[in-house]
Design a protein. Structure first.
Length: 157
């Protein structure tokens, strides 16, 4: 019975291909101006002034998501635990009960060069219920795709 998965074993696993070169996708993950444009699920904004990224092992990766409907604020705090630009970024969070994360999680972003396209593999967890996190990441990646295509920058002009 010890091989049975526990509720805490759920991982979010997402693979997406972006129509952008590897360096641009990595920059979208690591440039605070760009992160502020896409990070967070539908109905949330990430104010630029809340984004702090120290791109080094041991550095901070922090931001605050704000729910448009209520103004509720959700701080997100990570430590960079692995870094191999422009291919790998690994972040560890302490528990963040305010965003429904009651245990530490590890978010691993791997980028693979496919010429003018980039395949991104993300794993995130463990979670007791991963569906909410998976939906949030997928919604954020729709916005990330728009940032990479330049759609969000143009719509804000």
């Amino acid at each position: 019975m010890s091989d049975m998965p526990t509720a805490q074993d759920q991982q979010v696993l997402i693979t997406r291909v972006f129509d952008a070169p590897l360096d641009l996708v990595f920059q979208a993950w690591t440039d605070p101006d760009q992160v502020a444009q896409w990070y967070g699920p539908d109905g949330f904004d990430t104010p630029r002034e809340s984004v702090t990224i120290e791109l080094r092992v041991g550095g901070r990766y922090e931001l605050e998501m704000v729910k448009r409907a209520s103004g509720a604020r959700f701080p997100v705090r990570y430590e960079v635990i692995e870094l191999d630009p422009p291919r790998l970024l690994v972040l560890r969070s302490e528990p963040m009960p305010q965003v429904g994360m009651h245990e530490p999680t590890v978010t691993r972003i791997e980028l693979h060069d496919h010429g003018e396209k980039t395949r991104m593999s993300l794993s995130d967890g463990p979670y007791t219920q991963s569906a909410h996190a998976e939906a949030g990441w997928n919604a954020a990646f729709v916005k990330l795709d728009a940032v990479l295509r330049g759609d969000l920058a143009r719509s804000g002009d």
